[in-house]
Design a protein around this ligand. Structure first.
Ligand code: HEC
Length: 109
């Protein structure tokens, strides 16, 4: 029982702190459809279609990479932990930001 209470409190805390960090009007939170999808289609899908080892052809496949940290890692990480994407360049800062806000807000479809 104690564990259950502790767990409930933990969940409450994590959701509360999340609310604080995302103090944005709902309208400025990008959604997968269309914002994120367009970024992927324009910059990534040529190499990451359904036949790729890292597919990004639909919401579920992109969400999976977002939740694993690979999506943002590949765009911004410079430690070498992730392959840098897109190959041979960088997404514009504004696009990276949209993806970041999308992930921070639980990847709305
Ligand atoms: C020119 C081809 C090409 C383009 C364009 C490209 N990628 Fe990749 N990407 C690859 C290859 C090759 C790999 C290595 C895995 C594999 O063989 O499929 C990879 C791997 C990845 C991984 C896994 C990285 C890791 O270390 O875990 C992610 C995430 C990723 N790409 C995201 C993207 C995103 C987001 C874009 C668009 C902004 C993009 N890629 C554009 C070719 C590409």
């Amino acid at each position: 029982m104690k564990i259950l209470i502790a767990f409930t409190i933990l969940i409450c805390f994590s959701s509360c702190s999340k609310d604080k960090s995302t103090n944005l009007p709902t309208s400025s939170i990008p959604r997968f459809n269309p914002t994120i999808q367009i970024i992927i289609q324009t910059n990534c899908i040529s190499c990451h279609d359904v036949t790729s080892t890292v597919p990004m052809h639909d919401f579920n496949s992109v969400q999976l990479l977002a939740l694993s940290g690979q999506l943002l890692g590949s765009l911004t990480d410079t430690s070498g932990q992730y392959l840098h994407m897109p190959v041979g360049g960088n997404l514009p800062e504004q696009k990276i930001n949209e993806i970041k806000i999308w992930i921070e807000n639980d990847c709305p479809n």
